[in-house]
Design a protein around this ligand. Sequence first.
Ligand SMILES: *Cc1c(COP(=O)(O)O)cnc(C)c1O
Ligand code: SF4
Length: 338
Amino acid sequence: MIHLPSLPWDDKVWQGHLRDSVKSTQELAEMLDLSTHPLTWINESDFPLFVPKNFVKRMEIGNPHDPLLRQIVPIEDELFLVDGFSAEPLNESNYSPSSGLIQKYYGRVLVITSSACPVHCRYCFRRHFPYNDFRGDSLSQALDYVSEDQSIQEVILSGGDPLSVRDSVLETFIQRLEQFKHIRILRIHTRFPIMIPQRITSRLIRCFEASTLNIVVVVHANHANEIDQDVETACVALLRSRVETLNQSVLLKGVNDSHEALVDLSYRLSDAKISPYYLHLLDRVQGAAHFEVSEARAKALVGEMQRRLPGYLVPRLVREEPGQPSKTLYETTAVASF
Ligand SMILES: *Cc1c(COP(=O)(O)O)cnc(C)c1O
Ligand code: SF4
């Protein structure tokens, strides 16, 4: 039997990090020693700045173009209305059989678990989500829904961030889900292991380890610099508790739109025992147009990843399109010279 070294983290640690997050551009500018910056920073109130300090510490001091900074700092470009970019680009409400549930794909149901996130990503397609109407009882509604549909084999907790809820809530949910024979997989989409890796507490690890479900965690990192030693520790602990960890990224202009950045990210993920899963084209949400990379460029970038990387480190290039029975997969090919 493998002996698990216990993690040094408990609830108080991650909750402290969450409370201590940076919420003003002024504080951010001071931490990064940026008195002037070429992009006009704004104080957005609908979707305010929110970033944990230990993520800010992974940014380069004095660099206004830092790829981690670009993901989280509100800039003036967000205020421009651009054709084709809307508040709800995916029409998710059309696929919601009950509050907080989205079923678009066969055999899988997505549960909006919480309205809270450990960070506010500026390109997030849920940035205009009506969380105020969201009642927060979606976990129990999901159990009712899942119990009546035998075709569902996988429950996906998404968000907001499902790891925003307490371990005891997750434990109870997992135990109840285990009673349905048709459910094989519990998938958790979370940015916590990257933003506040201390969220992977010893109690959470024990809970995953004890579960009869096949548990898959999908993290979200867009750049190699996001993955530090603590992230590695958290993901290796997940692996030891038989949880597979995958990564999804979004292709973002000014963040990871070069083959060097994408190749580095894949190797860094591999160090932390995380497998690249999807590379998403940007969802066309209002306020995020300045992040868009064209389809042609995206295909060329992934083609170059195919040339430089082992196949298992090349993510699938996809786009989420309303009305389709799965994500749209793009074919890419490596070319001899780039
Ligand atoms: C992306 C997504 C899924 C999961 O799709 P996979 O291809 O299985 O990763 C499930 N439901 C919804 C609504 C989604 O957007
Ligand atoms: S953590 Fe995920 S859901 Fe939350 S703001 Fe970022 S991309 Fe959106």
